[in-house]
Design a protein around this ligand. Structure first.
Ligand code: ZN
Ligand code: ZN
Length: 370
Protein backbone atom coordinates (compact mmCIF):
# COMPACT_ATOMS: atom_id res chain seq x y z
CA UNK A 1 0.00 0.00 0.00
CA UNK A 2 3.01 2.27 0.29
CA UNK A 3 3.11 2.70 -3.49
CA UNK A 4 -0.61 3.48 -3.42
CA UNK A 5 -0.09 6.19 -0.81
CA UNK A 6 2.86 7.55 -2.78
CA UNK A 7 0.48 7.90 -5.72
CA UNK A 8 -1.73 10.09 -3.52
CA UNK A 9 -4.48 7.53 -2.94
CA UNK A 10 -5.92 5.75 0.07
CA UNK A 11 -7.24 2.69 -1.72
CA UNK A 12 -6.39 0.42 -4.64
CA UNK A 13 -8.65 -1.11 -7.25
CA UNK A 14 -7.31 -4.13 -9.14
CA UNK A 15 -9.11 -5.61 -12.14
CA UNK A 16 -6.36 -7.24 -14.24
CA UNK A 17 -6.88 -11.02 -13.94
CA UNK A 18 -3.31 -12.06 -12.97
CA UNK A 19 -3.15 -9.23 -10.42
CA UNK A 20 -6.50 -10.28 -8.94
CA UNK A 21 -5.19 -13.81 -8.68
CA UNK A 22 -1.96 -12.67 -7.08
CA UNK A 23 -3.75 -10.67 -4.40
CA UNK A 24 -6.68 -12.98 -3.70
CA UNK A 25 -5.98 -16.46 -5.09
CA UNK A 26 -9.13 -16.23 -7.25
CA UNK A 27 -8.60 -17.57 -10.78
CA UNK A 28 -11.98 -16.80 -12.37
CA UNK A 29 -12.13 -14.54 -15.40
CA UNK A 30 -14.39 -11.93 -13.81
CA UNK A 31 -13.15 -10.42 -10.59
CA UNK A 32 -11.96 -7.23 -8.91
CA UNK A 33 -10.06 -6.65 -5.70
CA UNK A 34 -10.42 -3.52 -3.61
CA UNK A 35 -7.89 -2.71 -0.90
CA UNK A 36 -8.65 -0.07 1.69
CA UNK A 37 -6.25 0.29 4.57
CA UNK A 38 -5.66 -3.23 5.86
CA UNK A 39 -8.87 -4.62 4.38
CA UNK A 40 -9.24 -6.37 1.04
CA UNK A 41 -12.33 -7.62 -0.70
CA UNK A 42 -12.81 -9.73 -3.80
CA UNK A 43 -15.83 -9.01 -5.97
CA UNK A 44 -17.18 -11.41 -8.53
CA UNK A 45 -20.49 -12.56 -9.98
CA UNK A 46 -22.84 -15.48 -9.31
CA UNK A 47 -21.15 -17.82 -11.79
CA UNK A 48 -18.14 -17.95 -9.50
CA UNK A 49 -19.76 -18.30 -6.06
CA UNK A 50 -18.34 -21.74 -5.29
CA UNK A 51 -14.97 -21.14 -6.95
CA UNK A 52 -14.38 -17.78 -5.29
CA UNK A 53 -15.16 -19.14 -1.84
CA UNK A 54 -12.86 -22.11 -2.41
CA UNK A 55 -9.95 -20.15 -3.83
CA UNK A 56 -9.97 -16.81 -2.07
CA UNK A 57 -7.45 -16.34 0.70
CA UNK A 58 -7.11 -13.41 3.07
CA UNK A 59 -9.90 -11.43 1.42
CA UNK A 60 -13.61 -11.02 1.98
CA UNK A 61 -15.66 -12.46 -0.91
CA UNK A 62 -18.58 -10.43 -2.26
CA UNK A 63 -20.88 -11.91 -4.90
CA UNK A 64 -23.32 -9.77 -6.84
CA UNK A 65 -24.97 -9.62 -10.25
CA UNK A 66 -23.27 -6.41 -11.29
CA UNK A 67 -19.83 -6.05 -12.85
CA UNK A 68 -17.11 -6.74 -10.24
CA UNK A 69 -15.40 -3.37 -10.77
CA UNK A 70 -18.69 -1.52 -10.25
CA UNK A 71 -19.31 -3.42 -7.02
CA UNK A 72 -15.78 -2.65 -5.86
CA UNK A 73 -16.09 1.06 -6.56
CA UNK A 74 -19.43 1.30 -4.73
CA UNK A 75 -18.00 -0.57 -1.76
CA UNK A 76 -15.04 1.78 -1.53
CA UNK A 77 -17.19 4.90 -1.85
CA UNK A 78 -19.48 3.58 0.90
CA UNK A 79 -16.39 3.05 3.09
CA UNK A 80 -15.55 6.74 2.69
CA UNK A 81 -12.76 6.42 0.14
CA UNK A 82 -12.29 9.57 -1.94
CA UNK A 83 -9.05 8.78 -3.81
CA UNK A 84 -8.46 5.35 -5.35
CA UNK A 85 -5.45 4.22 -7.37
CA UNK A 86 -6.02 2.02 -10.42
CA UNK A 87 -3.77 0.57 -13.08
CA UNK A 88 -4.06 2.86 -16.09
CA UNK A 89 -2.27 0.30 -18.25
CA UNK A 90 -4.96 -2.32 -17.59
CA UNK A 91 -8.12 -0.22 -17.67
CA UNK A 92 -10.04 0.67 -20.81
CA UNK A 93 -11.70 4.03 -21.27
CA UNK A 94 -15.06 2.25 -21.46
CA UNK A 95 -14.44 0.47 -18.14
CA UNK A 96 -13.46 3.76 -16.53
CA UNK A 97 -16.69 5.43 -17.70
CA UNK A 98 -18.76 2.57 -16.25
CA UNK A 99 -16.94 2.77 -12.91
CA UNK A 100 -17.34 6.54 -12.69
CA UNK A 101 -21.09 6.23 -13.23
CA UNK A 102 -21.25 3.97 -10.16
CA UNK A 103 -19.83 6.73 -7.94
CA UNK A 104 -21.74 9.47 -6.10
CA UNK A 105 -21.55 12.70 -8.12
CA UNK A 106 -19.60 14.45 -5.37
CA UNK A 107 -16.50 12.27 -5.57
CA UNK A 108 -16.71 11.18 -9.21
CA UNK A 109 -14.32 13.71 -10.71
CA UNK A 110 -11.38 13.22 -8.37
CA UNK A 111 -11.90 9.61 -7.27
CA UNK A 112 -9.51 7.81 -9.61
CA UNK A 113 -5.74 8.28 -9.43
CA UNK A 114 -3.86 6.75 -12.34
CA UNK A 115 -1.04 4.42 -11.33
CA UNK A 116 0.72 1.84 -13.39
CA UNK A 117 2.10 -1.54 -12.54
CA UNK A 118 1.44 -1.21 -8.80
CA UNK A 119 0.75 -4.93 -8.41
CA UNK A 120 2.96 -5.92 -11.35
CA UNK A 121 5.96 -4.58 -9.42
CA UNK A 122 5.11 -6.77 -6.43
CA UNK A 123 4.73 -9.79 -8.70
CA UNK A 124 8.25 -9.45 -10.05
CA UNK A 125 9.78 -10.93 -6.90
CA UNK A 126 8.58 -14.48 -6.33
CA UNK A 127 8.16 -16.16 -2.97
CA UNK A 128 9.16 -19.75 -2.24
CA UNK A 129 5.80 -21.19 -3.19
CA UNK A 130 5.82 -19.37 -6.52
CA UNK A 131 9.39 -20.45 -7.21
CA UNK A 132 8.46 -24.08 -6.52
CA UNK A 133 5.63 -23.85 -9.06
CA UNK A 134 7.87 -22.22 -11.63
CA UNK A 135 10.48 -24.93 -11.16
CA UNK A 136 7.82 -27.57 -11.82
CA UNK A 137 6.74 -25.74 -14.98
CA UNK A 138 10.35 -25.36 -16.17
CA UNK A 139 11.13 -29.02 -15.49
CA UNK A 140 8.05 -30.15 -17.41
CA UNK A 141 9.25 -28.02 -20.35
CA UNK A 142 12.60 -29.79 -20.27
CA UNK A 143 10.99 -33.24 -20.24
CA UNK A 144 8.82 -32.22 -23.21
CA UNK A 145 11.87 -31.14 -25.16
CA UNK A 146 13.68 -34.40 -24.51
CA UNK A 147 10.63 -36.39 -25.61
CA UNK A 148 9.97 -34.37 -28.76
CA UNK A 149 13.43 -34.82 -30.24
CA UNK A 150 12.57 -38.17 -31.85
CA UNK A 151 9.85 -36.38 -33.84
CA UNK A 152 12.18 -33.68 -35.11
CA UNK A 153 12.95 -35.37 -38.42
CA UNK A 154 13.00 -34.22 -42.05
CA UNK A 155 9.51 -34.34 -43.54
CA UNK A 156 7.60 -33.94 -40.28
CA UNK A 157 5.62 -30.71 -40.25
CA UNK A 158 6.15 -27.93 -37.75
CA UNK A 159 2.60 -28.35 -36.43
CA UNK A 160 3.23 -32.05 -35.87
CA UNK A 161 6.27 -31.19 -33.75
CA UNK A 162 4.19 -28.60 -31.88
CA UNK A 163 1.44 -31.17 -31.37
CA UNK A 164 3.90 -33.66 -29.85
CA UNK A 165 5.17 -30.98 -27.49
CA UNK A 166 1.67 -29.94 -26.50
CA UNK A 167 0.46 -33.53 -26.02
CA UNK A 168 3.33 -34.15 -23.63
CA UNK A 169 2.61 -30.88 -21.86
CA UNK A 170 -0.95 -31.98 -21.13
CA UNK A 171 0.05 -35.51 -20.16
CA UNK A 172 2.63 -33.99 -17.83
CA UNK A 173 -0.03 -31.99 -16.04
CA UNK A 174 0.10 -28.61 -17.77
CA UNK A 175 -3.07 -26.50 -17.42
CA UNK A 176 -2.29 -24.84 -20.71
CA UNK A 177 0.53 -23.78 -22.96
CA UNK A 178 1.81 -20.42 -21.76
CA UNK A 179 1.81 -19.07 -25.33
CA UNK A 180 1.36 -20.32 -28.88
CA UNK A 181 4.11 -22.87 -29.52
CA UNK A 182 6.80 -21.72 -31.92
CA UNK A 183 8.35 -24.26 -34.24
CA UNK A 184 10.32 -22.54 -36.98
CA UNK A 185 12.33 -24.70 -39.35
CA UNK A 186 14.74 -24.13 -42.21
CA UNK A 187 14.44 -20.63 -43.64
CA UNK A 188 11.52 -19.98 -41.27
CA UNK A 189 13.97 -20.16 -38.34
CA UNK A 190 14.98 -16.65 -39.43
CA UNK A 191 11.59 -15.47 -38.08
CA UNK A 192 11.92 -14.68 -34.37
CA UNK A 193 8.23 -15.52 -33.84
CA UNK A 194 7.63 -18.23 -36.39
CA UNK A 195 4.48 -19.94 -35.19
CA UNK A 196 4.27 -23.59 -36.20
CA UNK A 197 2.89 -24.02 -39.72
CA UNK A 198 2.34 -26.89 -42.14
CA UNK A 199 5.89 -26.42 -43.43
CA UNK A 200 7.93 -29.62 -43.52
CA UNK A 201 11.21 -29.82 -41.64
CA UNK A 202 14.11 -29.78 -44.11
CA UNK A 203 16.85 -32.39 -44.52
CA UNK A 204 19.40 -29.74 -43.62
CA UNK A 205 18.76 -26.71 -41.46
CA UNK A 206 17.83 -25.37 -38.08
CA UNK A 207 14.65 -26.06 -36.13
CA UNK A 208 13.86 -23.53 -33.40
CA UNK A 209 11.35 -24.58 -30.75
CA UNK A 210 10.12 -21.94 -28.29
CA UNK A 211 7.45 -23.15 -25.91
CA UNK A 212 6.14 -23.05 -22.39
CA UNK A 213 3.53 -24.50 -20.09
CA UNK A 214 1.34 -23.27 -17.26
CA UNK A 215 1.61 -25.27 -14.02
CA UNK A 216 -0.38 -24.16 -10.97
CA UNK A 217 -0.91 -20.80 -12.65
CA UNK A 218 2.75 -20.14 -13.39
CA UNK A 219 4.35 -20.02 -16.81
CA UNK A 220 7.50 -21.56 -18.19
CA UNK A 221 9.34 -20.35 -21.26
CA UNK A 222 12.29 -21.92 -23.06
CA UNK A 223 13.81 -22.15 -26.51
CA UNK A 224 16.11 -24.72 -28.03
CA UNK A 225 17.48 -24.73 -31.57
CA UNK A 226 18.70 -27.97 -33.12
CA UNK A 227 20.17 -28.70 -36.54
CA UNK A 228 19.00 -31.36 -38.99
CA UNK A 229 21.71 -32.85 -41.15
CA UNK A 230 25.21 -31.53 -41.61
CA UNK A 231 25.57 -27.85 -40.88
CA UNK A 232 27.55 -25.24 -42.78
CA UNK A 233 30.48 -23.66 -40.96
CA UNK A 234 28.49 -20.45 -40.88
CA UNK A 235 25.51 -22.09 -39.17
CA UNK A 236 27.82 -23.69 -36.63
CA UNK A 237 29.54 -20.36 -35.96
CA UNK A 238 26.30 -18.43 -35.52
CA UNK A 239 24.93 -21.07 -33.15
CA UNK A 240 28.01 -20.89 -31.00
CA UNK A 241 28.03 -17.11 -30.94
CA UNK A 242 24.41 -17.12 -29.73
CA UNK A 243 25.26 -19.78 -27.14
CA UNK A 244 28.23 -17.77 -25.91
CA UNK A 245 26.05 -14.64 -25.71
CA UNK A 246 23.37 -16.54 -23.81
CA UNK A 247 25.84 -17.95 -21.31
CA UNK A 248 27.49 -14.55 -20.84
CA UNK A 249 24.13 -13.00 -19.99
CA UNK A 250 23.26 -15.80 -17.56
CA UNK A 251 26.66 -15.33 -15.91
CA UNK A 252 25.98 -11.59 -15.51
CA UNK A 253 22.86 -12.19 -13.41
CA UNK A 254 23.04 -11.30 -9.71
CA UNK A 255 21.05 -9.21 -7.26
CA UNK A 256 21.89 -5.54 -7.71
CA UNK A 257 22.82 -5.86 -11.38
CA UNK A 258 20.97 -3.57 -13.77
CA UNK A 259 18.80 -5.29 -16.38
CA UNK A 260 20.63 -3.31 -19.07
CA UNK A 261 23.90 -4.89 -17.99
CA UNK A 262 22.51 -8.38 -18.53
CA UNK A 263 21.31 -7.35 -21.98
CA UNK A 264 24.69 -5.81 -22.76
CA UNK A 265 26.53 -8.99 -21.71
CA UNK A 266 24.71 -10.88 -24.47
CA UNK A 267 24.84 -8.05 -26.99
CA UNK A 268 28.58 -7.53 -26.58
CA UNK A 269 29.30 -11.13 -27.58
CA UNK A 270 27.12 -10.89 -30.68
CA UNK A 271 28.62 -7.50 -31.56
CA UNK A 272 32.10 -9.03 -31.53
CA UNK A 273 30.82 -11.81 -33.78
CA UNK A 274 29.44 -9.27 -36.26
CA UNK A 275 25.88 -10.28 -35.41
CA UNK A 276 24.68 -7.18 -33.59
CA UNK A 277 22.09 -6.24 -36.21
CA UNK A 278 20.94 -9.84 -36.44
CA UNK A 279 20.01 -9.78 -32.74
CA UNK A 280 16.85 -7.81 -33.29
CA UNK A 281 15.03 -8.12 -29.97
CA UNK A 282 15.69 -7.66 -26.27
CA UNK A 283 17.53 -10.27 -24.21
CA UNK A 284 14.67 -11.33 -21.98
CA UNK A 285 11.71 -10.64 -19.74
CA UNK A 286 10.26 -11.49 -16.38
CA UNK A 287 7.94 -14.48 -16.26
CA UNK A 288 5.43 -15.65 -13.67
CA UNK A 289 1.63 -15.63 -13.65
CA UNK A 290 2.00 -14.08 -17.10
CA UNK A 291 4.37 -15.14 -19.83
CA UNK A 292 5.66 -11.59 -20.26
CA UNK A 293 5.98 -9.49 -17.12
CA UNK A 294 8.57 -7.28 -15.48
CA UNK A 295 11.42 -6.72 -15.42
CA UNK A 296 12.42 -6.05 -19.02
CA UNK A 297 15.90 -7.31 -19.84
CA UNK A 298 16.69 -4.83 -22.58
CA UNK A 299 19.30 -2.26 -23.58
CA UNK A 300 19.73 0.63 -21.13
CA UNK A 301 17.16 -0.71 -18.64
CA UNK A 302 18.09 0.80 -15.27
CA UNK A 303 15.90 -1.49 -13.19
CA UNK A 304 17.96 -3.57 -10.80
CA UNK A 305 17.61 -7.34 -10.39
CA UNK A 306 16.39 -8.57 -7.02
CA UNK A 307 16.66 -11.95 -5.40
CA UNK A 308 13.52 -13.94 -6.24
CA UNK A 309 12.96 -12.52 -9.72
CA UNK A 310 12.58 -15.05 -12.51
CA UNK A 311 13.67 -13.84 -15.93
CA UNK A 312 14.35 -15.33 -19.32
CA UNK A 313 17.63 -15.00 -21.19
CA UNK A 314 17.02 -15.48 -24.89
CA UNK A 315 19.40 -13.88 -27.32
CA UNK A 316 19.10 -14.86 -30.96
CA UNK A 317 20.53 -14.14 -34.38
CA UNK A 318 18.36 -14.06 -37.50
CA UNK A 319 20.04 -14.01 -40.89
CA UNK A 320 17.27 -13.20 -43.24
CA UNK A 321 18.53 -12.99 -46.78
CA UNK A 322 20.85 -15.09 -48.86
CA UNK A 323 22.42 -12.10 -50.56
CA UNK A 324 23.44 -10.30 -47.37
CA UNK A 325 27.10 -9.53 -46.99
CA UNK A 326 28.51 -10.81 -43.74
CA UNK A 327 29.83 -8.14 -41.45
CA UNK A 328 32.19 -9.88 -39.10
CA UNK A 329 34.32 -12.79 -38.11
CA UNK A 330 31.47 -15.26 -37.88
CA UNK A 331 30.53 -14.65 -41.49
CA UNK A 332 34.08 -14.25 -42.69
CA UNK A 333 33.16 -10.87 -44.16
CA UNK A 334 32.14 -12.60 -47.36
CA UNK A 335 28.94 -13.06 -49.27
CA UNK A 336 26.82 -15.65 -47.56
CA UNK A 337 26.21 -18.70 -49.64
CA UNK A 338 23.46 -20.34 -47.57
CA UNK A 339 19.79 -19.54 -47.19
CA UNK A 340 18.13 -17.61 -44.42
CA UNK A 341 18.29 -19.11 -40.97
CA UNK A 342 18.11 -18.18 -37.33
CA UNK A 343 19.11 -19.38 -33.89
CA UNK A 344 17.66 -18.60 -30.46
CA UNK A 345 18.50 -20.16 -27.11
CA UNK A 346 16.40 -19.36 -24.06
CA UNK A 347 16.54 -20.36 -20.43
CA UNK A 348 14.52 -19.33 -17.40
CA UNK A 349 16.76 -18.03 -14.65
CA UNK A 350 16.01 -17.43 -10.98
CA UNK A 351 17.93 -14.57 -9.38
CA UNK A 352 19.46 -15.99 -6.20
CA UNK A 353 21.77 -14.54 -3.59
CA UNK A 354 24.75 -16.11 -5.35
CA UNK A 355 23.80 -15.27 -8.96
CA UNK A 356 21.55 -16.85 -11.56
CA UNK A 357 20.10 -20.33 -11.16
CA UNK A 358 19.03 -21.78 -14.51
CA UNK A 359 15.63 -23.45 -14.05
CA UNK A 360 15.69 -25.07 -17.48
CA UNK A 361 19.13 -26.61 -17.09
CA UNK A 362 17.87 -30.17 -17.68
CA UNK A 363 17.73 -29.42 -21.41
CA UNK A 364 21.21 -29.29 -22.92
CA UNK A 365 22.23 -26.30 -25.00
CA UNK A 366 25.17 -28.01 -26.67
CA UNK A 367 25.16 -28.19 -30.47
CA UNK A 368 22.70 -30.86 -31.54
CA UNK A 369 22.88 -32.31 -35.03
CA UNK A 370 20.01 -34.75 -35.53
ZN1 ZN B 1 10.24 -18.21 -25.31
ZN1 ZN C 1 10.65 -15.58 -23.65
Amino acid sequence: MRAVEAAGAEALLVTHGPDVRYLSGFTGSSGAVAMVGGRSALFTDGRYTTQAKAEAEGVRVVIDKRAPAVQAVEWMAAAGVTRCAFDAGQTTVAAMETMKKALPAGVRRSFFVAGSGLVARLREVKDEDEIARMKRAAELGCRMFEAVLEFVVPGATEVEVAAELEYRARMGGAEAMSFETIVASGERSALPHGRATGAKLPKRGFVTMDFGVVVDGYCSDMTRTVHLGRATDEAWDVYHSVLEAQEAAVAAIAPGVRCGEVDEAARAVLRRAGLEKEFSHSTGHGVGLEIHEGPRIAAKQEQVLKQGMVITVEPGAYLATRTAVGGGKALGGTKRSGGAFGVRIEDMVLVTEGGGEVLTSASPKVWMEL
